[in-house]
Design a protein around this ligand. Structure first.
Ligand code: ATP
Length: 798
């Protein structure tokens, strides 16, 4: 989305004259400044926004947005931030952190009398596009009476479009990758004056996925600035704070959040369910809660797609939606809006919506796949029970995950209570899924991909106390997805794998599922920066290319042999394309002969293989279908070798389209790049010369035509002016005049009037030329080339 201006400029609306108003404004700012400086942060005397020393535009914006009472984090963070302190804010999910940094951003710029000429004053970083959009929306709402310009930089539009508007922005809300791109490439972006840097969901932005990007961004920023970090699960790592050069930060609510990180209005439960029953339980749960608004978290976009598609086919009776990072930005935005607006619906999502998103009135958060750590758990459940509302969260745990995960949650002081599934109400959907996968290969393919991505995600988890791949019942799990066999998975090795293991799960998943615009969320693009990815590129990038091989072989072959057997068989036939079935009797009863009768090229050897010099490969006639195939000349023609395309040179010698040169000679001529450069230079030179001579020839040709035309016109005029002579038409050639004298001849001796019959309009031209001449008009030469035109124009202008 391109940057947009936030809120219209409202000054001068109430009829107050400008100089007067400006003077009053200056006085206001001074008084405000004094009031802010008088704040005693230890006093905690502020209960409402009206109590705070805020500017009129901010106060009006907050009031118009119906914000009155301060939340805890706002009470503590806003006064300190107004005084210019660095802030490290941690507060529960849904506790109003967004306003805790937006209000100081607006106010501090206002008190510094920031104008469009001062450049970028505040930069707000968000880990996801959705969150950035949401922050921007809140900024627009409460900043509507300010005259600052604000922009949203999240990618999705061309850099050029964004670039043009960036230079005018005072406040930017952005995702880190895109912002860095602009900092590196947009010369007009003025950040030397930046006053405030805000990191929302700071711990996520500071983790490995974004580390280098944030470091690079910070390098562009002035050292002297105010920095604010907010999250429900805050980083306190000294190294992180040093990287952002935080100076004596004010710790806001950090300890309180650590005591109890989740809202008290949230009821948290977990159930233990074997992997193979997860979908049954989820289905039964959705069927039992049709009048609810539900979010279901899964660990990858592929699982999201499969569960969404499968459940959609089965029509549970509740609108279903799905959201993951692989979707187009516009789709993601539509889904977020639709889900926000819906009363009862179920959204299947990856962790792309786990942080910060403020969906109104969510009743249930279901974590179908175990979160990678306790922090992710806290952010996921935080999508419900927001701002004093009630909400419920249920975590699905595999028996092998139970102990480890509960320990992790305890360490974060998160208490979850175990509940059991009512077996009587549990519905099995395995048969239905099997049926659907059988009928719909696409769904089956999605299921296979979902299986693979789930297993891979477990394998890549760092916390091996929680995630134990060897204990998972994978066969049962694949059957529960409706798959006819268990796809095999090859895990990568080496350094790339180590890098993956050390990267947080959300980032790993982002390589194929998460945010696509923001380079740093995409490991694929991280490894191969700046290279456009194509469909085929992606195909080759796939790490598990042979994942379906066993299953596929079983389907195609007779099910007896493994893949290795097949390979041996192929080797044994020394490059012959062959299926494993033996020759049928039918193929020995002469049918091949009939085929051969129809086709001159087909010959049979002793093994019944059809041989031909012009057929690419010998064909084994081992089925009726093949017999039939060979009866048709057209089909046999398809089996023949294709002809070669030849090009003929000027001497009539045929050449192949692409003739390969002798490699040694080629190498001797220099490095390929140099040769290429030399070739291009020579060709350019040749084209330039050819262009000059072509232009000269064209000019000469036009001049000649012009001269002929002029002569023709002159001749006609003279013939009109000449004494009237009675024209005696030739017999059978009425209307054509006989030449009168030599003057009627063209330059080259040809008589134009005789060459072709005169057309009706030519008379008009001649008479017009005549009338001009009679009127004494100046004879002007039409310009022939651009140079002529320029010369003429300059002549007229002087
Ligand atoms: N002072 C306030 N009065 C009324 N409602 C508020 C106030 N502050 C925030 N809210 C509302 O509370 C909800 C949660 O706010 P916000 O999104 O800022 O929470 P958060 O702390 O950033 O949550 P998360 O940790 O999930 O990002 C929003 O709907 C917001 O409009």
């Amino acid at each position: 989305m391109a940057p947009q201006a936030a809120g219209p400029h409202k000054s001068g609306q109430n009829g107050v004259s400008r100089p007067l108003k400006r003077k009053r404004g200056v006085e206001d700012v001074d008084t405000l400044d004094k009031r802010v400086k008088a704040i005693d942060v230890k006093d905690h005397a502020f209960e409402t926004f009206a109590d705070l020393p805020l500017s009129q535009p901010s106060a009006s914006g907050l009031e118009a947005s119906h914000f009155k009472i301060l939340t805890d984090v706002q009470k503590k963070a806003i006064p300190s931030a107004l005084l210019g302190s660095d802030i490290l804010g941690a507060a529960k999910t849904g506790s109003g952190k967004t306003l805790a940094f937006l209000v100081p951003v607006l106010e501090n710029l206002y008190r510094r009398k920031w104008t469009e000429y001062d450049g970028l004053g505040a930069l707000i970083l968000s880990p996801t596009r959705e969150l950035a959009i949401q922050i921007f929306e809140v900024l627009r709402k409460i900043g509507r009476y300010h005259s600052f310009s604000a922009g949203l930089v999240i990618g999705g539009k061309s850099l050029k479009d964004e670039r043009e508007r960036l230079e005018r922005m005072n406040i930017l809300v952005c995702t880190p990758g895109r912002m860095l791109q602009h900092m590196d490439q947009t010369a007009s972006l003025d950040i030397g004056n930046l006053q405030m840097l805000v990191l929302d969901e700071a711990d996520r932005i500071m983790d490995m996925g974004f580390q280098s990007t944030v470091d690079a961004i910070v390098e562009h920023l002035p050292q002297k600035r105010q920095t604010m970090l907010f999250s429900a699960t805050q980083t306190k790592k000294v190294s992180d704070l040093a990287r952002l050069s935080l100076k004596d930060p004010e710790y806001v609510s950090v300890h309180e959040a650590a005591d109890n990180a989740t809202p008290s209005t949230l009821q948290q439960n977990y159930i233990v369910t074997p992997l193979s029953q997860k979908l049954d339980t989820l289905w039964s749960f959705i069927r039992a809660n049709l009048k609810s608004k539900i979010i279901v978290f899964l660990s990858s976009g592929k699982q999201v797609r499969f569960v969404y598609e499968a459940f959609r086919h089965m029509q549970p009776g509740l609108p279903l939606m799905h959201l993951h990072g692989r979707q187009k930005q516009s789709t993601r935005l539509d889904i977020t809006n639709n889900y926000s607006a819906s009363k009862h619906s179920c959204l299947f999502a990856t962790d792309v919506v786990a942080r910060g998103l403020d969906f109104p009135a969510v009743d249930w958060v279901i974590q179908l796949d175990c979160p990678e750590d306790a922090d992710t758990y806290i952010h996921r459940v935080g999508r419900t029970a927001r701002y004093e509302r009630e909400g419920r969260a249920v975590l699905f745990l595999e028996p092998s995950e139970e102990e480890g995960m509960l320990k992790r949650l305890e360490q974060k002081r998160v208490t979850v209570e175990k509940i059991n599934v009512r077996q009587k109400k549990q519905q099995s959907i395995q048969n239905q899924l099997q049926n659907m996968c059988f009928k719909d290969p696409e769904l089956k393919y999605l299921g296979q991909k979902a299986f693979v991505s789930y297993v891979r995600s477990v394998h890549l988890q760092k916390d091996k106390e929680v995630f134990k791949l060897s204990e998972l019942p994978l066969e049962e799990f694949s059957a529960s997805l409706g798959l006819p066999g268990t796809p095999s998975i090859k895990f990568g090795k080496g350094d790339a794998m180590k890098t993956l293991k050390n990267t947080p799960r959300s980032v790993q998943l982002s390589s194929d599922d998460e945010d696509d615009s923001d380079g740093n969320q995409d490991l694929g693009s991280k490894f191969k920066a700046d290279q456009p990815r194509t469909k085929y590129g992606r195909m080759f990038e796939r790490r598990n290319q042979d994942v379906l091989a066993n299953h596929f072989t079983k389907l195609v072959g007779d099910g007896k042999g493994s893949r290795d057997d097949d390979e041996n068989e192929l080797d044994g036939q020394a490059g012959f394309l062959s299926v494993k079935r033996r020759l049928s009797n039918a193929s020995e009863d002469g049918s091949e002969l009939r085929a051969a009768e129809n086709t001159n090229d087909i010959v049979h050897d002793s093994d019944n293989k059809i041989m031909s010099s012009s057929i690419k490969e010998p064909i084994l006639v081992d089925s009726k279908r093949k017999e039939k195939l060979l009866k048709s000349k057209k089909n046999v023609a398809k089996l023949k070798e294709k002809g070669k395309k030849l090009v003929f040179d000027e001497d009539g010698t045929a050449h192949e389209m692409y003739e390969l040169q002798d490699e040694d000679k080629f190498q001797a001529r220099g490095a390929p790049d140099e040769q290429k450069a030399r070739f291009l230079q020579a060709e350019q030179e040749r084209l330039r010369t050819a262009d000059v001579s072509d232009k000269a020839a064209e000019k000469a040709k036009r001049r000649e035509q012009k001269a002929k035309k002029k002569a023709r016109e002159a001749m006609e005029v003279e013939s009109k002016e000449a004494p009237q002579v009675e024209l005696v038409p030739f017999e059978g050639d009425e209307g054509d005049a006989e030449p009168l004298d030599d003057t009627d001849m063209d330059d080259d001796g040809a008589d134009p009037a005789k060459e072709r019959p005169k057309k009706w309009f030519e008379k008009g031209i001649a008479s017009e030329a005549l009338s001009r001449r009679n009127k004494g008009d100046r004879e002007t030469h039409k310009p022939e080339t651009l140079a002529d035109l320029e010369a003429m124009a300059s002549g007229l202008l002087t």
